[in-house]
Design a protein around this ligand. Sequence first.
Ligand code: TYD
Ligand code: MG
Length: 459
Amino acid sequence: MANKAPRTVYACQSCGYQSRKWLGKCPDCGSWNSFVEEREQTAAKSTSSIARSGLRLRESKPVPFTEIEAQDESREITGIEEFDRVLGGGIVPGSLVLIGGEPGIGKSTLLSQVADKLAALYGQVLYVSGEESERQIKLRGERLGINPAGLFLLSETNLENIFSEIERLQPRAVIIDSVQTVFSEKLESAPGSVSQVREVAGQFLLLAKNLTVPVFLIGHVTKEGTIAGPKALEHIVDTVIYFEGERHHNHRILRAAKNRFGAANELGIFEMTGQGLVGVPNPSELFLSERPIGASGSAVVAAMEGTRPMLVEIQALVSSSKFGTGRRTTQGVEPNRVALLVAMLEKRVGFHLSGDDIFVNMVGGISLAEPAVDLGMVAAITSSFRNIPINEHTIVFGEVGLAGEVRATSHAAIRLREAARMGFKRVVMPKNNLTGLPEDDRLEIVGVRSVTDALDALF
Ligand code: TYD
Ligand code: MG
């Protein structure tokens, strides 16, 4: 009898796509080798894990729209400014927040610090760890100098047991380190598989909404894709925050990839020290601290990330290729964007770049996808190609179009204020942004309409 045996499906561990057959490449998200055999879940949903743990759920009924009170944004401020900023100005009670990042980047460190603040300010906090023992967490805590009375540690991976403890403790916030280690008894798949991770996240969403308690899920991002990554959860949770950048740098960048309660793309910048993560209030200073002065191929661009202006150095290196066709290698910017700008420079400015290798690098491990950095990339590539340095007091920004035109960007005034604050003297920027700009006698402003105008102004 064929349908007596448990049916299995193959699930992509990166996005959750399911297939009857094993596939080498996921047709949905394009990951390679990401399919793992899982037992198919029967549709009959037994009692939910929450119900079994004894937690009482609120019943929901239809409510007339006119009677709904607008949420009074009662956010809980942790006092860790960079963290509050990424969340959109503090923690929203009842929200489910996913914090993703590569192993060793500082997720547990950050959340231990957050737990400490929350316990000191708002009451009991439960830190559930499936990865480290209570002693290990205590040791880290001592290094971080935290020791609040209201912080409780729980070494547990069984979802139903975790819910029972939450029911007993009634904490004001819950931290799960990590979502991939927690499993529900209801499912037969292994912990860390897509179905388990989704079930766990779904149950915590219910819990967060019903108890109006914020829940933080830590999720590992792995290149191998053997465990289900945070990508598979993005649509379930309210807020997704990723650790960006590299482990080899001391600073850590937090970025809100999705936020139901605030602006996405908001950045928080930290430095990893011997006493944990310390916020960096002035990122421009950090990103420009090691800028080579008088070297060709370096340009400073005034970028906006979220609501925050940031001056970042872009470096480019153009060198003739040993092979016929040049390679384009980028770090922190879209390779396609660089290819497009290079093609534009060939066609509109007349550079011969097809036989050259071109490297473009955002200094400091930050990634910027904002169009206003286009002009910075063009300036850096041209500076390296012509081997002429750009004046160290000059800054650029502006979107570049295929016709070689320089287009207006948002928040010009904020970018200019940041440039002046950091001591820059001259700005090359889109001409269309000039109307209505506040006067600033610290800056000489050059408005340009095209890339050729911009290059004339710079070189
Ligand atoms: P951790 O938070 O354990 O990373 P994750 O949970 O994302 O895997 O942090 C890992 C690194 O941070 C580890 O290599 C040690 C370093 N670290 C510090 O430099 N200073 C500190 O105060 C702490 C607690 C960790
Ligand atoms: Mg950890």
